[in-house]
Design a protein around this ligand. Structure first.
Ligand code: GLN
Length: 201
């Protein structure tokens, strides 16, 4: 059975774990490098990207995740997770993980009270997919090889760059599992297992 980790330092961890289980995979809450062993893929949840970044540094997880991702581990970033994945964040000198060839702007849709839900048509995935936006970022621009999968209000909100998937919204806060299923398909396609490679880190 595929093993998918959810970075469990802050944010909407439990909901992702439930969705992973719902699609028949094993979910692992990742709090330390030890938890990364044997994963086939990793989800970076929504929350607050600056807080998650601090905790990634404190728990020495930034470099191990970056290394595994560069070796081919599929990573899915939702909301704050997209900000962590991005190659560039508007207004920030350096990126966090810097893995995905996209430029991201934070808090693009107003304040917390302006959170909202819409239905999206997503390329390769389906129609009428509910998407919850909470102080969401959006993708300002993408590199040449990045596939744009969904837009909302003329802004890019879901994109894929090789084995990296990033979205502005929270698919885990709905009952719809089509996006996580798409990520599971990506994992099967890349067939990566983060094994003892971590021993040297
Ligand atoms: N606004 C948050 C940030 O900048 C992201 C919000 C979210 O993950 N729901 O990190």
């Amino acid at each position: 059975m595929l093993k998918i980790g959810v970075l469990a330092l802050q944010g909407s961890v439990r909901e992702h774990i439930q969705q992973i289980q719902k699609v028949g995979c094993v979910a692992v809450a990742v709090k330390s490098t030890e938890d990364l062993k044997g994963l086939n893929g990793l989800i970076l949840p929504g929350g607050e990207s600056t807080a998650i970044r601090k905790l990634l540094d404190q728990n020495n997880l930034l470099e191990p995740i970056r290394t595994l991702a560069k070796e081919g581990m599929p990573v899915f970033g939702t909301c704050a997770g997209l900000i962590l994945l991005a190659g560039k964040v508007v207004g920030c000198e350096s990126p966090h993980l810097g893995l995905m060839d996209v430029v991201v702007e934070r808090n693009s849709y107003g304040r917390q009270v302006d959170s909202f839900e819409v239905e999206l048509s997503i390329k390769n995935i389906g129609r009428n997919i509910p998407a919850v936006f909470i102080r969401a970022p959006h993708i300002v621009s993408v590199g040449q090889n990045v596939e744009i999968l969904a837009t909302f209000d003329n802004r890019i909100v879901l994109a894929r760059d090789r084995h990296f998937l990033g979205c502005s919204f929270h698919p885990e806060l709905t009952e719809d599992v089509r996006i996580i299923k798409y990520f599971v398909d990506m994992i099967q396609q890349f067939n990566h297992t983060s094994l003892a490679k971590l021993d040297g880190i």
